[in-house]
Ligand binder design. Sequence first.
Ligand code: SF4
Length: 294
Amino acid sequence: MGEPATREELYRSIYTHDTIYIPPHEETSGALEVALGCSWRRCAFCDFAKDDFRLIPLEEVERRLTVLARLQPAQTRLFLLGENPFCMDTDRLLAIRTLVARHMPRVEALAMYARADDVLRKTPGELAALSAAGVRALHIGVESGCDGILLRCEKGVTADQTVEALRRLDAAGIDYFVTVIPGLGGREYSRLHAVETARMLNRTHPKNIWCLKLHLYPGTPLYRQAQAGHFTQMGPWEVLAEEELMLRELAVTDCLFEDTTVLDQYTIRGMLPDQKQQLLSAIDLLLRAHAAPG
Ligand code: SF4
């Protein structure tokens, strides 16, 4: 069999799946697969993607890099694929950085998904070394600031641990983009979820807060909890009202707030704190239009 010829074939030769998912704000980054799946695999709402967790051998990472270098020779930023590749030990991450420098010398910045406890397992010195090596941003699913909800969801970290992890990133000069899941407390804990999530985020400095829609995937523990009557899923308008409360309580600065799946129809996006009032007015308008008779 000869060399892959077309760009499509080359791309297909470096990714395990036909479709790759990278977060907003990384769309222009090159995507380098360095791991598959998630090392935790226990969150009650998560369908665990489709892969068992594994690290891609470094020789294979290097092969993929040589292909990516041909495809994107001018690329300056890479997003490392895998559900939480930051769980890798620091030496391995630095080894990948060395390979990137060898094959894609223009790359200055690396970003990837991480769990808060992946950060906590690294010393301040290691985080500083990774920052100096070009790790610029981590994308972290914090989901909630309410310990009861985090526990029920088996997130594996408390709100305080999340805050500690994010503060260590502040100290190391690594940006973080966080996702939260409005509705994750169910109707029972909606208010608590909104208020405590805002309170937790107010102790941190995220570049971006992205509200993700809760999906109840059949087969997940949260789905079974809902079936058994222990979790009451909220309707989209209730979720929007909860999001409004969280936004009202948020006091973060220099942070882009966004919800790209509002009611599956709208995008709400604006900088905090400057556009907070506009965002609240937009949500209020939607809620009032929905509540209006006829
Ligand atoms: S850390 Fe993320 S990918 Fe892993 S189980 Fe939890 S939600 Fe899923």
